[in-house]
Design a protein around this ligand. Structure first.
Ligand code: ZN
Length: 287
């Protein structure tokens, strides 16, 4: 008898914790947030601080453009209180993944909060700090709705990072006024938002998904342009192979610098660290 009466509370506790996990609140009791890739993860952790548990779906060393979530990723995502993705085709799997989620998950397509965006816009909107603010605001709003008890905390974090983003924008604005050249040659077509914010011109060697190899004609065209315009530096980036960039550098004698689209950072750097490094690289190339 004793044994049986002892078992009942254990069983019901197990059932209760099982239900809790199904609703998204796991053992920590914190807000459960799932993000599609690193930029969204970093923005979510800025706002969530100690009050939210952020799970990033696309592993940090992978290119998010051709990432496919596993069944395990989808099982994790089903527990989300909030699911954040950028949108604009950045994550081709995310719209259909979002459709599988129940009504108790708040879905945030962060780029939809950015002003003047059309469905054909460059998906890499976060590279303009003003757009990053809009995405942070959408995230803070969703956290406050999902976890109203901590809304004030999320809004304070938003305020702090909004100030940092405004300061970053001001630094880019000031530096770009002194650029003597305005063209950047990149491997990946990821910087049109950044360029339009600071009056720069991007010459991408590859397309948006950064996977296709340029044709020999395209390579020759870019190399001729570099020589004729006496371009000193071209840009590679952390997650792509630099073979094409190395070839162009060897053929033309131009140097190679890193411009990071902040799609994944192996050193766990935050947005502001990476963007300040990007600014230093731009100054070196364009001053
Ligand atoms: Zn990209």
């Amino acid at each position: 008898m004793k044994k049986i009466s002892f078992m009942i509370p254990i069983l019901s506790a197990a059932i209760l914790s099982g239900c809790g996990a199904g609703n998204g609140q796991q053992d920590s009791g914190k807000l459960q947030v799932y993000t599609s890739f690193y930029a969204m993860y970093d923005f979510a952790r800025m706002i969530g601080g100690d009050m939210a548990e952020i799970h990033n779906i696309c592993p940090v060393g992978s290119e998010p453009h051709d990432f496919e979530p596993t069944a395990q990723d989808m099982a994790g995502l089903s527990k989300a209180d909030v699911f954040i993705y950028n949108g604009l085709g950045m994550e081709h799997w995310a719209d259909s993944a979002a459709e599988t989620l129940g009504d108790d998950t708040i879905i945030v397509e962060a780029s939809s909060a950015v002003p003047n965006i059309t469905e054909n816009s460059d998906p890499h909107v976060w590279l303009d700090p003003e757009n990053a603010i809009a995405e942070l605001e959408a995230i803070a709003d969703s956290f406050s709705r999902a976890d109203p008890d901590n809304a004030q905390y999320y809004m304070e974090n938003l305020g702090n990072y909004r100030d940092k983003a405004k300061e970053l924008d001001w630094k880019f604005e000031n530096a770009s006024e002194n650029f003597s050249s305005r063209e950047i040659i990149t491997s990946h077509d990821a910087y049109s938002t950044l360029c339009s914010a600071y009056d720069l011109v991007q010459i991408p060697i590859n397309g948006v998904d950064n996977e296709e190899e340029p044709t020999p004609a395209r390579m020759a065209e870019v190399e001729t342009h570099i020589k004729e315009n006496n371009i000193k530096y071209i840009f590679t980036e952390p997650l792509s192979t630099s073979k094409i960039i190395d070839t162009i550098s060897a053929d033309t004698g131009c140097g190679v610098l890193t411009l990071d689209p902040f799609e994944g950072n192996l050193d766990n750097k935050d947005y502001f660290t990476v963007m300040n490094e990007n600014l230093e690289a731009l100054k070196q190339a364009l001053n």
